[in-house]
Design a protein around this ligand. Structure first.
Ligand code: CA
Length: 137
């Protein structure tokens, strides 16, 4: 994990770079799909749902909800990904919902950059890396 400065432009640029975004999505999907059946079950998605940091981004305050609340929130998040309510998430569902969530987050950030603790293999971290490699180039 590392602390990065994140702004809306960084997120939007990453999502709209279709090729880079698609590669990241496929990588992540393959990583999460531990039984390699091409679908993500709730158990397989849980790691990803936890990395979405829905709580930490709440007004920048660390909220420590109880386990029951957490299970409910993760269940609802999973339903958001599972568009056709099949009980599993396929690559298209994963891609479109991740994109939607990242754009919603970018909207929430507006023009003000924020500092955020990011996990190494998260999409947000990849967005930051992509943006900084562009500046260096
Ligand atoms: Ca699977």
């Amino acid at each position: 994990m590392s602390v990065e400065v994140l702004d809306a432009t960084t997120i939007v640029n990453f999502v709209e770079d279709q090729e880079a975004f698609h590669v990241s999505i496929c990588d992540r999907f393959a990583h999460l799909d531990t039984n390699h059946d091409g679908l993500l079950s709730y158990a397989e998605m849980l790691k990803e749902l936890k990395s979405l940091r829905v709580f930490e981004t709440h007004f920048g305050i660390d909220v420590k909800p109880n386990p029951d609340e957490l299970a409910q929130v993760y269940g609802k998040l999973f339903d958001l990904f599972d568009h056709d309510s099949s009980g599993t998430v396929d690559l298209e569902e994963f891609k479109s919902e991740t994109k939607r969530m990242m754009l919603a987050m970018a909207n929430g950030l507006g023009f003000l950059p924020v500092q955020m603790v990011l996990e190494e293999d998260s999409f947000l971290k990849k967005a930051v890396e992509r943006e900084s490699s562009k500046v260096a180039a």
